[in-house]
Design a protein around this ligand. Structure first.
Ligand code: SAH
Ligand code: SF4
Length: 350
């Protein structure tokens, strides 16, 4: 691919926020374009979502999971982690603390732990909503009726990564899970009025650049409100123990292209990035991202919520996380948003 063509695609992305599969593949494959791509994404980020950064306090409330995803440390066949489950009142107390740290959103994340019925979760959500916070759920696949009940209880947003849009790869890596079901969960969430977050893993064994390009087109088709991209971090207690780590620069190119194609989206600089490279989140915030999800989980639970090894800040307190990230944000001339950070729909400017 000539440099001229690559720059033409980049310009097209900046102006129209549209690229086709081949153009995306060409940009994702070009290892010389990273900084130029990031600078273009950073400009689009400024134009559409501004300089504020939304902080979402992450509560990892259970590491019990009925699923067996090949890459994940919480998979049910992993006998090497100590399982835990917070009580509903512990979860609400952590949300109260999150509010005191100044977070306007809590993200309740867990494995697919069926102890937490929709009714139990609804009670937790109602109590948190009384504190005037936005609630994001990230608890995996549930029925339409359960999503409906949780929405009616006050949940605002839902994160469910598609992980990969290659059906074959998805079903090889998430045994007994159905790609079509995951997709219909996302469309159900959309229909029910949630802000919908999705995303993918970068560096899955057998994943191609074309498939990553297709992931981006899927995010656009879904008109995702939030998109979280993370590199695969191989976990020694899973069948993917020997897999290679996801590539930092490819993951960064994904983030930048997603900002160019979905200019209004809320895009986190994910924690897994920082496992690959010190200060990765700051680099990613300057490459298109505008959200950080500091951990609010306390004590030993942080360590036990071991999706992947080398997770950062497992020994830190939530207060330390808040002040650390606040300092980093200031150091790059950005600031912490004062609002709840819903997606702002804007008329197309170009
Ligand atoms: N059970 C829920 C939410 C918890 S898992 C769900 O699966 O949707 C949250 C995310 O962790 C997953 O979407 C996956 O993309 C990520 N994850 C799991 N194992 C990982 C690994 N080894 N490296 C990087 N990210 C991983
Ligand atoms: Fe469970 Fe989610 Fe991990 Fe899959 S990725 S094993 S659903 S926690």
């Amino acid at each position: 691919m000539s440099d001229k063509m690559i720059l033409q695609y980049l310009k097209k992305a900046q102006m129209t926020h549209e690229l086709n599969q081949n153009e995306l593949t060409a940009l994702l494959s070009d290892t010389t374009i990273d900084d130029t791509l990031a600078a273009a994404a950073d400009q689009v980020r400024l134009k559409y979502v501004g300089n504020s950064i939304h902080l979402r306090g992450l509560i990892e409330f259970s590491n019990i999971c009925r699923q067996n995803c090949m890459y994940c440390g919480l998979r049910r066949d992993n006998l090497h982690i100590e399982r835990y489950r917070l009580t509903p009142s512990e979860i609400v107390k952590l949300a109260e603390k999150a509010r005191r740290y100044g977070y306007k959103t809590v993200v309740l994340q867990s494995g697919e732990d069926m102890y937490f019925s929709a009714n139990i979760l609804a009670e937790i959500i109602k109590q948190i909503k009384e504190m005037d916070m936005a609630v994001t759920l990230s608890i995996g696949e549930r029925s339409y009726e359960e999503y409906d009940l949780l929405k009616k209880a006050g949940a605002d947003r839902y994160l469910l990564r598609i992980e990969t849009t290659s059906k074959k790869l998805y079903e090889a890596l998430d045994p007994a899970m159905s790609f079509n079901n995951r997709k219909s969960c996302l469309f159900n969430l959309r229909k029910l009025g949630y802000e919908v977050g999705t995303g993918c893993l970068v560096g899955l064994p057998g994943q191609t650049i074309e498939s990553l390009a297709q992931d981006i087109l899927f995010f656009k088709q879904l008109d995702a409100d939030m998109i979280g991209i993370g590199p695969l971090i191989p976990n020694q207690n899973t069948p993917l123990a020997k897999a290679a780590k996801g590539d930092f620069t490819l993951t960064r190119r994904m983030v930048s292209l997603i900002r160019l194609l979905l200019p209004e989206a809320n895009i986190p600089a994910t924690t897994a990035m920082e496992t690959l490279k010190a200060d990765a989140r700051i680099i990613i915030l300057q490459s298109g991202a505008n959200v950080v999800m500091p951990n609010v989980t306390e004590g030993d639970y942080r360590r036990k919520y071991a999706l992947y090894p080398g997770k950062i800040c497992v020994a830190d307190t939530p207060a330390q996380c808040r002040s650390c990230i606040g300092g980093k944000i200031k150091s790059i001339g950005r600031y912490v948003a004062a609002d709840k950070g819903f997606r702002q729909h804007q008329p197309r400017l170009t």
